[in-house]
Design a protein around this ligand. Sequence first.
Ligand code: PMP
Length: 405
Amino acid sequence: MSFNYQDIRKDFPILDQTVNNRPWVYFDNAATAQRPLPVLEKISEFSVKTNANIHRGTHTHAIKTTEAYEVARDIVKDFLHAGEREEIIFTHGTTESINLVARSFCEKFVSEGDEIIVTEMEHHANIVPWQMACERHHAILKILPFADNGELKTELLESLISVHTRIIALTHVSNTLGTVNPVKELIRIAHLHNVPVLIDGAQSVPHISIDVQDLDCDFFAFSGHKIYGPTGIGVLYGKRKWLESMPPFLGGGEMIDRVTFEKTTYAEIPLKFEAGTPHYVGAIAMGTAIQYLQNIGLPTIAEYEHQLLKYATGKLKALGNVRIFGESDSKSAVICFELDQIHPFDLGTLLDQLGIAVRTGRLCADPVMDHYNVSAMTRASFSFYNTMEEVDRFIEALTRIRSMF
Ligand code: PMP
């Protein structure tokens, strides 16, 4: 590990507290990541000193805020290796980004009898908007299944695609199984049939360097709060050709060229898709979060988190009578598991009593629960600010909880 762990940890003062009289262990990073001081300082700086609405005023602070917002767009463009800054749309998060495409793309390109493909391992955010689109346009939703080890049955994709397929939406990394899907290959197959692909990158951007041009994806969505930035801000990358041909998603200020009661014309991208006052402080601070990650280096982060994953998986298995959901060799630092058939809600509550925060429930992935025929799961998800010692405490806590049952 080539980063100074003590320095990193100092950047996250929230981690330095006790919960239920024990040093807090935060293993719920896949739900939301904590924010480092530079991000908090940036939020504060723009809230305390410089607040002014963007793209409107000619006064000093309006100009300064607008510039910072547009610099954030450039940071995101470079982060995703997008070809053009206009291909970066600020949204409220992954959910809104996917809804934008499901609404606008489908309005233009989907009609009765057409087909949309998603996978069985999607978060609800990448299922429900497509189901809603199918209802609106009388289209059909088709599902690419996964095997019990948590890997997509990629060999079935080709047989699911037909002349009626209009778009494929799939997750880069599963929020339950941790599987890193071979998206580049799946996109290649889809493109052989001229079918565009949306990648849900909510769980991949914190761990994997993204190059949308190399992946050749048509759309890519992610949220600021999962990459150590603020909540309420996210990104949709879209290829220019699609964004230009899609109708606007929301109507209102800033997304227009000229409004008359007879006819309104729309702004060029990206503003066409940024109606109303955006969460500009969020966008600016998300830019800072991205720079923070880039300073450490995503390959360094990925390598360290992989060590945490391996260590925690080994220790969990050594407990015996543990079922791990998702055992792909290509996996990010997420472990969903079951211990002795203790109900996840009991397990989560007791872990919290011991100062350890994990996620329990259906994880916004009902089809994954149905696949394994379980009502809920317990999920531990790791970040570069977590430690092997914290994993040890987690394992000790599980041993203690088990002895209570
Ligand atoms: N997709 C995946 C894979 C996720 O993990 C999440 C967040 N749990 C989302 C989409 C939705 O993200 P948000 O709630 O930030 O819109």
